[in-house]
Design a protein around this ligand. Structure first.
Ligand code: ZN
Length: 227
């Protein structure tokens, strides 16, 4: 694992323990990404703990025991403002709905994520999330082409198994039970679409169809939690 130091001035003290890993894509090439994430003079300063280049090189910007500013307005499992309790990785990709993540980059991400989870065992599988999971509609990263199944096969995060009986009843309650925030400024369909973007990327139309309900049922079984 090739790791380089690129310290960012954009960080703050931690006041709560780390139990979430948030994955992003940069929307920019490597150097402009590093420039923005290390710029202490912007009105809205941003950062991440790590930037992962397309060739698998890892840039370490912020120490894990400091808060980086990557999540913005965000919610997961009943909590808000997740910067304080998360590690953030920015993965270089211009648009994760359109561009595949190179294998060498994905393998480096697996290795880095394993190390992070080993250092922070409170990051349980369901707390490995995409930005789009914790900020539905507002954010779409890491995108439809992000290899969640590959990560889950390596023990990082969850991936649903097909074939479960579709979940009956209130899908919003079930999505909330899994971790998605109750709709506030977003519609119920936006929450369903965020779930699909993550777990059924072939169609993220926001319609809670039988396959969506089946995948959610399996995930709730995997985490041992039903509404
Ligand atoms: Zn993001």
């Amino acid at each position: 694992m090739r790791q380089l130091e690129r310290p960012s001035p954009n960080h703050a003290a931690r006041t709560s323990p780390v139990d979430i890993l948030v994955l992003h894509y940069t929307e920019l090439l490597l150097e402009p990404s590093l420039a923005i994430l290390c710029d202490g003079g912007r009105e809205h300063r941003v950062s991440a703990h790590y930037v992962l280049a397309e060739d698998g090189t890892i840039y370490r910007l912020v120490p894990e025991d400091r808060v980086a500013w990557h999540a913005g307005r965000s919610r997961w499992r009943g909590r808000e403002g997740l910067n304080g309790s998360s590690i953030g990785i920015e993965i270089v990709n211009l648009h994760g709905d359109r561009h595949d993540y190179p294998v060498v980059q994905v393998e480096a991400l697996v290795e880095l994520s394993r190390d992070i989870v080993a250092r922070h065992p409170a990051i349980v599988a369901r707390n490995v999330v995409g930005h789009s999971d914790i900020a539905p509609r507002r954010k779409i990263d890491p995108g439809l082409r992000f290899p969640w199944a590959r990560l889950a096969a390596a023990g990082i995060g969850l991936w649903p198994r097909p074939g479960a009986a579709p979940l009956e009843g209130d899908i919003q309650a079930a999505l909330q039970c899994f971790g998605y925030a109750p709709p506030v400024e977003v519609s119920p369909a936006d929450i369903v679409a965020a779930f699909q973007r993550r777990f059924r990327p072939s169609r993220d139309d926001g319609v809670a169809d039988a396959e969506t309900r089946s995948l959610l049922a399996d995930l709730l079984d995997q985490v041992g939690n039903r509404p």
